[in-house]
Write a protein that binds this ligand. Sequence first.
Ligand SMILES: NC(=O)c1ccc[n+]([C@@H]2O[C@H](COP(=O)([O-])OP(=O)(O)OC[C@H]3O[C@@H](n4cnc5c(N)ncnc54)[C@H](O)[C@@H]3O)[C@@H](O)[C@H]2O)c1
Length: 303
Amino acid sequence: MRVLVTGGAGFIGSNLVDRLVRDGHEVTVLDDLSSGGNRNPEARLHVMDVRDPAIGPVIEGLRPEVVCHLAAQISVRRSVADPALDARLNVEGTVNVLEAARRAGARKVVYASSVAVYGRPRVIPVPADAATDPRSPYAASKLSGEIYLSAYLGLHGLEYTTLVLSNVYGPRQSPEGEAGVVSIFTDALLSGRRTVVYGDGSQTRDYVFVDDVVDGFARACGPEGNGRRFNLGTGVQTTDRRLHTLVAAAAGAPDEPAFEPPRLGDLPAMAVDPAPAFEGLGWRPAHDLAAGLKATVAWATSA
Ligand SMILES: NC(=O)c1ccc[n+]([C@@H]2O[C@H](COP(=O)([O-])OP(=O)(O)OC[C@H]3O[C@@H](n4cnc5c(N)ncnc54)[C@H](O)[C@@H]3O)[C@@H](O)[C@H]2O)c1
């Protein structure tokens, strides 16, 4: 299958590219390399901004059957500081990709959305059909991408599957990003630097290993799940304090984080219900947190 991966040089996208190449697909990456820098020599690379109208003729020339759209600005804080830039990258960029995909005759778009679209969840784990309640420009721009997908299915018959990702971790995640607490802890603990837990350590998140997320994308490239959205998470809540203990154990480092006051706006708890993806995509997370952390630390040690 010919697959185009936008954001294919980034953390999740590059792991997806490796998987699709291994599966024998003809993979092309479209990425402006603004935050990602990973290359797979078997995949063609177009260094372009998804906002650039010139991606239209390029994608038409490639004639991808499926477009996995992961290119985005991913920082909530940056979206609050500059909402117009966030909208240009994540809304205008997505519309540009969708328009190019349908003109190129693509069958399907697989879209990376975020649990941020749920806002402050009333029920945990959050069902995939829970009401959305975006509380940041980033959440609003990600949700807007979902709405455009639905419009393109209705208007042009362009198939789609939306994958709502919880906290993804694993090899190649940057410790610079605000979302990558696993990579931040790993990087600091391996180099003997201080680690910080905000609040009393009881805040929870749903950590899903990148290989599992990539497996969800690979499955969604098929005919399954057209017109649907699935949560890709584990449904399991892990506290910040427990996560620190597990990363410290995997890194062979002392489990002694500093505690600082909670950060304004941080959600106290989050986990998503992945059950519909079991039935809709035949997907299941295969890595428990300890195994995923072991692989992440092994990668960070060798990188
Ligand atoms: N990492 C997570 O936990 C998580 C959670 C929920 C959703 N997501 C979504 O998954 C996707 C991938 O996230 P990631 O963690 O791999 O981030 P990342 O920053 O590592 O990857 C994003 C990639 O997109 C590229 N990019 C950014 N702006 C671009 C533009 N205008 N044109 C072309 N390329 C551009 C970057 O260079 C980078 O390679 C994003 O859409 C993000 O919103 C990630």
